[in-house]
Design a protein around this ligand. Structure first.
Ligand code: ARG
Length: 584
């Protein structure tokens, strides 16, 4: 067996071959090699028990028959049979060294990881805010989780299409255009366009509430927009342009770059096939003037229909999303579509997917795999959705600015000797990274409590802790006058010996498992947990074993451990969307 990137998979294949030689495959022996609890070993195979049960054989004897076919593993692993037929594999120190030596840079890791998602074209629909409004804290999670997922998938070999499906077409534009024509404050627009649009929308809204003529006029503005009246179209497109420009400032801070921004309006001329397709296939029916799809087999959607055309003839969120599926399947060639959207929209997506599945079945075309990657709410310390003290939504812009400011305090306290400009630059990385990491380190499906105090801290599972670990390894190399990128001083390394060396090396070779767990489940927190543990093991190692010792072979292997820890921490953090630091 070779020491390829994904050792669990390689062991799996080796075991399948051994089973064939032992005459077990015909009857369906399926080895399942998984990362093991460190007390047992590095990996564990647990397909034997189930197979033995089916065959009414003694599992232990079966395991022994298998192990007798595994001589080729002897130079790499210590093998042991445990309990009723588990096979445990423990990497030998020389094999640990060989794996780490072979995976010495980002390219080697990427080459190893790229097999997992090869051949997939994944459209990721994330961030997707509505235009003419500020992005607030509710928009944080989709952007942060979506970007991490894009990076993880791309690293694992998928072709990723980042699509910002902005809400740029909706009934709000009637009131907004009404107010824009009458009350636009150009100075305010130049200062903060989204703020001005928000003010205009509110002004239009309250005017329409107070006065039925205004309401009528606003409705007419909307009708004119929908009929492509040049003036209204001009205002509308200006509002969207300016909004996207303002969003980009946030995206720049978060390191996000979309491949396409195909908002709802992009589908305006692509809705007919949806009505026709669903009506012709018999899935949609008229109900009280609207065109709707019922799902009789579903407990709720048998009475609560999916409305695809409102009774006034207008399209809605569902219509656009169906047209979007057609576009992503056709021109974008998606094999997978991921919707990174708040879990409060899960009914919408369940209905959307059900409808699309039935529709594509009737059309006989392959439907991409559609998944709603839901996430919970960001809560304040009071357990309610996070708001300002006066009960307003917190702007994302302000939240990030506060994170940077608080990080500046942290950095200045830790390293007051650094020049101010450098501390400011470090604070930007730590601040934004802290907000991203606090979000990503939680299982995305749960709500989480936003706590400045916990997230901007050098202790615990935080960005600052991990960025500091990275900076510390850089400083080790700086002191030795070595440059880590070049993997210096590693030649002549001997196999690991001390308990701390071995524990760190064993953690390092687990990186592929953490990556596979995060990418396979589309839950970045698995990678966060791994990085946190890795940084902890590095710390233990660094406190226990001196790196710059005189014996060249010992020094070389310890430098190798420093180098690989740095490589994996940096790679991992960047896959999560964070920026890294060489000094802190
Ligand atoms: N603009 C929507 C909102 O703010 C989110 C869109 C999510 N994507 C989608 N294809 N429905 O709620």
């Amino acid at each position: 067996m070779d020491l390829s990137f994904d050792l669990a998979k390689a062991l799996d294949r080796t075991l399948t071959d051994a089973a064939r030689r032992a005459g077990l495959t015909e009857a369906g022996f399926a080895p399942e090699v998984r990362p093991a609890d460190p007390v047992h070993g590095d990996f564990q195979a647990n397909g034997v028990l189930a197979y033995a049960k089916r065959q009414r054989q003694n599992p232990r004897a079966l395991a022994e028959a298998l192990v007798s076919q595994l001589d080729e593993l002897a130079p790499l692993f210590g093998l042991a049979i445990a309990g009723p037929g588990f096979i445990n594999f423990r990497l030998k120190p020389a094999a640990l060294l060989a794996w780490l030596a072979a995976h010495s840079n980002r390219e080697a890791l990427a080459a190893g990881a790229a097999a997992a998602e090869q051949g997939h074209t994944v459209v990721v629909d994330y961030s997707s805010p509505n235009t003419a409004k500020q992005m607030h804290v509710g928009h944080l999670r989709s952007a942060v989780i979506g970007e991490a997922i894009c990076r993880l998938l791309a690293f694992s070999g998928a072709k990723v299409v980042r699509d910002n499906h902005v809400g740029d077409w909706g009934t709000q534009f009637g009131k907004l255009i009404w107010a824009y024509k009458r009350q636009l404050d150009s100075a305010a627009l130049a200062r903060d366009p989204l703020e001005e649009f928000e003010r205009l929308y509110k002004a239009g809204n309250s005017a329409a509430e107070a006065d039925p003529t205004v309401l009528k006029e606003a409705q007419q503005e909307l009708v004119k927009l929908q009929a492509r009246d040049p003036e209204n179209l001009g205002i509308w497109s200006r509002i969207n342009e300016v909004s996207l420009f303002a969003f980009q400032e946030i995206y720049d801070q978060l390191g996000i770059r979309f491949d396409v921004t195909l908002g709802e309006s992009f589908y305006n001329d692509k809705l007919e096939p949806v009505y026709r397709g669903l009506a012709d296939s018999g899935l949609a029916e008229e109900s009280q003037g609207a065109l709707v799809v019922f799902h009789p087999e579903h407990p709720r959607f048998k009475t609560q229909p999916f409305i695809i055309r409102k009774s006034d003839g207008a399209a809605n969120y569902a219509t656009t999303d169906l047209a979007t599926i057609l576009y992503r399947t056709g021109p974008l060639h998606a094999t997978d579509v991921l919707y990174v959207v708040d879990k409060r929209q899960s009914d919408h997506f369940e209905q959307l997917f059900l409808t699309a599945r039935k529709w594509f079945e009737k059309m006989g075309g392959p439907l991409p795999r559609l998944r709603h990657l839901d996430f919970g709410t960001v809560l304040g310390e009071n357990g309610k959705p996070l708001k300002t003290r006066s009960g307003e939504n917190i702007r994302l812009k302000d939240l990030l600015a506060e994170a940077v400011e608080r990080s500046y305090q942290l950095v200045s306290g830790k390293n007051p000797g650094l020049p101010e400009a450098e501390r400011r630059a470090i604070a930007r990385t730590v601040g934004v990274g802290s907000v991203q990491y606090a979000d990503l380190s939680q299982n995305r499906s749960s709500d989480y409590v936003f706590s400045w105090h916990k997230m901007i801290s050098l202790e615990g599972n935080t960005a600052a802790y991990l960025l500091y670990a990275v900076a510390r390894i850089h400083s080790i190399f700086r002191k030795l006058d070595l440059r880590p990128g070049e993997a210096p001083g590693e030649t002549g390394a001997t196999a690991f010996e001390t308990p701390a060396e071995l524990a760190l090396a064993r953690k390092l070779v687990r990186f592929p498992d953490a990556l596979a767990a995060a990418t396979g489940t589309l839950r970045p927190h698995f990678l966060c947990t791994y990085l946190y543990e890795l940084a902890g093991d590095f710390s233990t190692f660094y406190n226990a074993d001196k790196v710059a010792v005189d014996e060249p072979a010992v020094r070389a292997r310890r430098l190798l451990l420093c180098n690989r820890t740095l490589l994996l921490l940096e790679t991992g953090l960047q896959l999560l969307g964070l920026r890294i630091l060489t000094k802190m």
